[in-house]
Design a protein around this ligand. Structure first.
Ligand code: HEC
Ligand code: HEC
Ligand code: HEC
Length: 152
């Protein structure tokens, strides 16, 4: 009898540990993830499912210099994420809890410091960005494409 109850206690512990260990992104990326705006174009820079799981690894820089330097290409530029994923409504990826990046993160309880330095909106001034670079980075999100793309 004593043996059975300690076995039950152990089983309960293992069960609780499994629940705690389940990565939070499974909830965020699973069937009950928050409703997300689709993003420009028809696909992401990598397979959607891969992005759901691994976008943080592609983006982190100061935390993991080696990995970052290994993969640092414009392909995974934060500016490009923002250009494609800014909300139609707010023009931002993280102004409200419905905006693309914030939607999942608030759901999953992830808090980013990235926006202290990086713009959440396309075309805003970026840290360390030269003006010449801003010219080249013209995107479909330039204000007023209707007026022939004239700058405001
Ligand atoms: C203290 C300010 C600061 C914080 C906080 C910060 N960054 Fe940066 N980041 C910079 C600067 C400065 C550059 C270099 C200038 C540039 O390339 O725009 C940079 C460059 C980058 C780049 C390469 C350039 C690009 O646009 O893709 C990525 C990716 C990036 N940061 C991601 C992040 C992510 C993700 C976070 C949050 C986890 C973050 N950064 C937080 C200052 C910061
Ligand atoms: C060329 C435009 C474009 C760029 C650049 C882009 N994305 Fe995407 N992204 C999309 C589209 C479109 C989808 C939806 C694809 C689908 O429905 O299969 C998507 C999907 C995603 C998803 C999955 C969303 C979901 O439904 O679960 C994540 C996460 C994501 N992107 C993050 C990023 C990050 C981080 C970056 C920058 C490194 C980035 N994206 C750059 C267009 C883009
Ligand atoms: C499909 C849901 C989803 C979307 C959309 C999403 N994220 Fe995430 N993101 C997560 C989850 C969940 C985590 C935490 C993963 C973990 O704890 O391992 C995370 C973590 C991160 C991290 C690492 C944070 C840290 O402190 O380690 C960065 C950076 C990040 N996301 C950037 C972005 C950016 C930028 C966007 C918008 C372009 C975005 N994410 C959109 C779900 C998402």
């Amino acid at each position: 009898m004593a043996r059975l109850s300690s076995w039950l206690r152990l089983a309960a512990l293992i069960g609780a540990a499994a629940v705690l260990a389940a990565p939070s992104f499974q909830a965020a990326a699973g069937a009950d993830k928050p409703k997300l705006e689709h993003g420009k174009g028809d696909k992401c820079v990598e397979d959607t499912d891969f992005m759901r799981r691994n976008h943080m690894e592609l983006l982190k820089h100061h935390r993991d210099e080696t990995v970052h330097q290994g993969i640092r290409t414009t392909k995974y530029s934060l500016k490009q994420c923002v250009a494609c994923h800014a909300s139609e409504k707010t023009g931002s990826v993280a102004a409200t809890k419905e905006d693309f990046c914030a939607a999942c993160h608030s759901y999953a309880g992830v808090k980013l410091d990235c926006w202290d330095c990086h713009a959440t909106k396309p075309m805003a001034k970026q840290p360390g960005q030269a003006d010449a670079q801003a010219e080249v980075k013209a995107s479909p999100l330039m204000p007023n494409p209707q007026n022939g793309g004239a700058k405001q």
